[in-house]
Design a protein around this ligand. Sequence first.
Ligand code: ACO
Length: 430
Amino acid sequence: MDEHGATLQIGDRSLELPAVPAHQGNSGVDISKLRAAEGIVTFDPGFANTASAQSTITYIDGTAGKLTHRGYAIEELANSCSFLEVAYLLLFGHLPNKNQLEQWQDSMKRHSLLNEELKRFFNAFPKRAHPMAILSSATNAISTFYEEYHDPQDEEAIVQSAQRLLAKMPTVAAWSYKKSTGFPYIYPRNDLSYVENFLHMMFALPTEPYHVDPVITKALNVLLILHADHGQNCSTATVRFVGSSQANLFASVAAGMNALWGPLHGGANQKVVEMLSDIANDPDATTESYIARAKDKNDPFRLMGFGHRVYKNYDPRARILKKFADDVLDRVKGDDPLLEVAQQLEETALNDEYFASRNLYPNVDFYSGIIFRALGFPLRMFTVLFAIGRLPGWIANWKEMNEDPTTRIARPRQIYIGEESRKFVPLHQR
Ligand code: ACO
């Protein structure tokens, strides 16, 4: 394709498809007139070749293994920023100055409490409820308290809703965990930072003072930044899809959370640690036997934390986390046999022709679970931590979509392959 686009040949007719140029990465061809002009549609399972949006938020170079947000390298953001700074960058397109950051942090403190009526909502779940189910349900439930902020075209309402969601999510997440333990819910404290406050609500008890460990705070800050956004992944595309019907921000984000929960997406971080524990605890299991299972097409097992739709190289977030896992373990926990199993598994996979020929490398979920575990988080909270991290990305994409005048309701076509015409048989004759 040149800068003018492409020509599609259909029998003896040809159709000019205009170019949609990218600043970096794959440019597109505009097929929006194809069906009207030719009566055909494109077929692209999993949308692997379809750009559903033009975006200025995140760029991924899957071949080089590079990730930038608003033009800044992920490595630099993870090294030098707070999670709230990165959230601001994603939402508003630029890094905050000192005043803007202070106001932004203050707004998080002003909105971190949940309405007391929501306590009854938490109480209604069974103790064994998965915290991801509570998280998405609570996000929907919170929308009922703020109906006057639902208009997706009202700029002020969008910023208010974004602040509320970001501010309340650590409280919701921590309470979903407290629910499963039976311990009292802990209220947010305005003298603590965003990440410290979350750790406090997760782990403090009313009976004694709780010291927030600065090493854990710093590590969690980096982890949240590494999860903050990632282009049109399954959950973000879901947020946009739902939002395209002009559903409110809370409802759209709740849908994204449910998409994240799946084991092929954010749920993989829990599944990775379950897989590593199975290998470590089963005397008959070896990394080789798990690799063999992952390669066996008759076995549904996949190597969790490996492979990615966009990266055909090492995921830069996994590269940061691999090194980080060693540091964090040294400082907070000492050894974890799972890290050794993970390293062996990675080495065996990367030297295996099956994984090499398919460009399958560790993704962000491969090492994140080991670090979450070292920081003291229970397994079932791992995907919730991913969700807290991804929240700014979901909101930024929802906001960008609503600001884009070319946005239309998402409504793909299908290729019908069912019965053509059947003679109806009344119930008493079937
Ligand atoms: N283990 C074994 N084989 C794999 C794996 C894996 N983890 N991932 C991909 N493959 C194989 C596929 O079987 C396929 O082989 P084939 O060409 O012989 O049929 C080939 O590699 C290409 O894989 P696809 O499934 O077509 O790739 P797709 O882009 O659709 O899927 C996905 C990407 C879902 C991430 C996949 O790699 C996977 O299931 N990984 C494990 C789950 C996981 O870690 N998910 C987290 C992703 S990161 C995130 O969402 C935050």
